[in-house]
Design a binder for this molecule. Structure first.
Ligand code: URA
Length: 441
């Protein structure tokens, strides 16, 4: 076959352009707006090859991007798909995003709670990968509940004063450039870059069409970021991106050395969220839910309602039930439970001084609560119940942890992960504060 001269010319221009973008960044230069728009668009269309984008991502990991470049990159990823717009709703929209932690079920009670206080909460969520859980996996433990719903249904749920909140999967057309790029970064060691992480998260949140956003940036052993300085840097970059895009944005830095609440695992976390919505639940989950709700309501301009009242008088529960039913779920259905359990007991009397979030997350994942690869199934009933939290007194022989799984062959690997997850000592222990910082533009 004779080569097509026109095709060869286009390919050589593309290769040349991609190489010039890569080398600009490799050599520590600033990418121009035109270079960023072109490379993100050409990558989305498949014109820039994966190996070229991976090389560029690695150059960005090393050289970074400044505020202008990061904002332009974010915008280019938003423009690769559809940007939703809920600005015509009769109520202000506000969302929350967590960078992910162990036992972080806060979206479940928080979304209906904030809706019960008068805001509309459009929350596009994800599935879990690795040791942190995913909100959609948790909600899918509820019989009949559907994560994939059309935008028209989202809008109807948000407009309905009896619902006001929607938690669902992002459609394929929401920042498709980020979907491709994130998958590539995941396998090329290029996730760890503040501008790439910030633009990845914020492109999806800005494209989702929320008017305001509270970011819950987790720090510690069970979080994606282990050090407060990194978390502050990421939070600042995300607040700047949101603010520059016209989304009122605040970030809270919150502790994730210990799991949130007393459960890690999908159905177990739904059950615990129902306790919170019923006016009970673990103190740390209630505290953080109310802290985030107050921030969200303040950004939405709602300052005359205390979310604690809406939890106590059942309004948040009413919105939860309506939200679940609208997506096909049965709020009264019995939650799935695992076929096997195994209990770990305290070997001495004292105070629990450590309950390691990372170890608990890994063990819950090994028990079947999480997935190793995108698309793997998860077990709804699998996970870990924690019978004591740091600061609690424990007696030798009392249950500390209960492991839940349908696959008992997973238990030895989970026990392995938990070998040093807890410390019981003869010491007073006051748990450190949950809230570590707050960043606003
Ligand atoms: N979460 C995202 O959505 N993107 C990242 O780059 C990292 C975490």
């Amino acid at each position: 076959m004779r080569p097509d001269p026109e095709r060869a010319r286009v390919d050589s221009v593309t290769v040349h352009s991609a190489v010039s973008v890569i080398t600009t960044k490799r050599d520590g230069g600033e990418l121009s707006d035109g270079q960023i728009d072109w490379v993100v668009d050409a990558f989305t269309r498949g014109e820039v090859a994966d190996e070229q984008m991976a090389a560029l991502a690695m150059a960005i990991v090393w050289r970074g991007m400044n505020r202008r470049e990061t904002a332009r990159w974010t915008n280019a990823m938003i423009n690769s798909g559809t940007r939703l717009d809920f600005s015509d709703l009769p109520r202000p929209t506000v969302d929350k995003h967590s960078t992910g932690g162990v036992g972080d079920k806060l979206t479940l009670p928080l979304s209906p709670l904030v809706a019960a206080c008068g805001a509309a909460v459009p929350q596009l969520s994800g599935r879990g990968l690795g040791h942190t859980g995913g909100t959609l996996d948790k909600l899918e433990a509820i019989s009949g509940w559907q994560a994939d719903i059309p935008v028209k249904q989202m809008r109807d749920m948000l407009a309905d004063p009896g619902i006001g909140a929607v938690v669902c999967a992002a459609g394929a057309d929401l920042a498709p450039a980020d979907k491709r790029l994130y998958a590539l970064r995941d396998v090329t060691g290029t996730v760890e870059s503040i501008p790439l992480i910030a633009s990845s998260i914020m492109s999806k949140k800005i494209a989702e069409g929320t008017g305001a956003l509270v970011l819950d940036v987790k720090v510690g052993r069970g979080a994606f970021l282990k050090h407060i300085d990194q978390a502050r840097e990421l939070a600042t970059a995300m607040v700047e991106l949101g603010t520059d895009a016209g989304v009122r944005t605040v970030a809270l830095l919150t502790a994730m050395d210990t799991p949130l609440g007393c459960t890690a695992g999908n159905a177990l976390e739904v059950a615990e969220s129902l306790d919170v919505l019923a006016g009970g639940g673990p103190a740390d989950v209630v505290e953080l839910t109310l802290t985030l709700a107050r921030e969200m309501l303040a950004l939405a301009g709602i300052d005359d309602i205390d979310p604690a009242d809406a939890l106590a008088d059942g309004r948040a529960m009413d919105h939860w039930r309506a939200m679940i039913e609208a997506q096909g779920g049965d709020p009264d259905a019995e939650l799935p439970s695992a076929k096997h359990t195994e209990t770990i007991r305290a070997t001495r009397t004292g105070t629990l001084t450590r309950l390691d979030a990372y170890d608990i997350g890994i063990a819950a994942w090994r028990l079947g609560a999480g997935r190793a690869r995108q698309g793997d199934p998860v077990q709804s009933g699998a996970g870990i119940e924690m019978h004591a939290k740091p600061g609690d007194s424990v007696k030798a022989g009392q249950p500390l942890l209960t492991l839940h799984t349908d696959t008992p062959e997973a238990i030895p690997a989970a026990l392995d992960a938990l070998a040093t997850a807890t410390t019981v000592a003869e010491a007073e222990f006051t748990p450190p504060p949950l809230l570590l910082g707050r960043i606003q533009a």
